[in-house]
Design a protein around this ligand. Structure first.
Ligand SMILES: CC(C)(COP(=O)(O)OP(=O)(O)OC[C@H]1O[C@@H](n2cnc3c(N)ncnc32)[C@H](O)[C@@H]1OP(=O)(O)O)[C@@H](O)C(=O)NCCC(=O)NCCS
Length: 135
């Protein structure tokens, strides 16, 4: 790995919850966050002064199905290329570990769309629409 401040270990639970909430993603409880921190397939995290300032993770089976989640950069660190580095590293980790033919998905909220498109993601609609179970 070439980025010295890019870690492939999960953030602390405290940093995870803070990064989500501070970047404008829906806040999660510690109970919810514990599973994310402990059970994701891969993480990429940028730290500054020992605290996570940008993160992303992959939920996946290690075989073919991989879902990118929790792409978030603290507002004061946005626009400096950290999100791009995190996503590039997650895709590298998939390339390194998965057999050819990985199916990589994400739910693209508006702030991330340009980034995702510029890194090769395309819309799945109308062939396939993202759906979720209504709360
Ligand atoms: C999406 C997000 C993670 C990007 O993180 P970031 O560290 O700011 O990203 P980068 O600095 O690497 O910028 C990546 C690309 O995002 C786009 N971008 C950056 N700042 C932007 C802005 N203010 N408005 C629109 N697009 C912007 C650009 O396309 C940029 O590419 P470029 O560097 O070639 O111009 C960050 O904006 C964020 O945390 N948003 C709030 C949480 C969220 O909605 N996450 C996405 C969930 S799907």
């Amino acid at each position: 790995m070439t980025d010295p401040d890019l870690l492939r270990t999960p953030p602390s639970l405290e940093d995870y919850l803070h990064l989500r909430a501070a970047s404008g993603l829906s806040p999660k409880t510690p109970e919810q966050g514990r599973g994310a921190v402990a059970n994701s397939w891969r993480w990429s995290v940028v730290e500054r002064d020992g605290r996570a300032v940008a993160m992303g993770r992959v939920i996946g089976d290690g075989g073919w199905y991989f879902h990118v989640a929790d792409m978030a950069t603290l507002p004061e660190h946005q626009g400096q290329g950290l999100g791009r580095r995190v996503l590039a590293d997650l895709l590298t980790q998939i390339d390194e570990a998965a057999p050819p033919g990985a199916y990589v998905t994400l739910m693209a909220d508006e702030p991330g769309r340009r980034l995702y498109e510029s890194m090769g993601f395309v819309e799945t609609a109308p062939h396939s629409l993202g759906m979720r179970l209504a709360p």
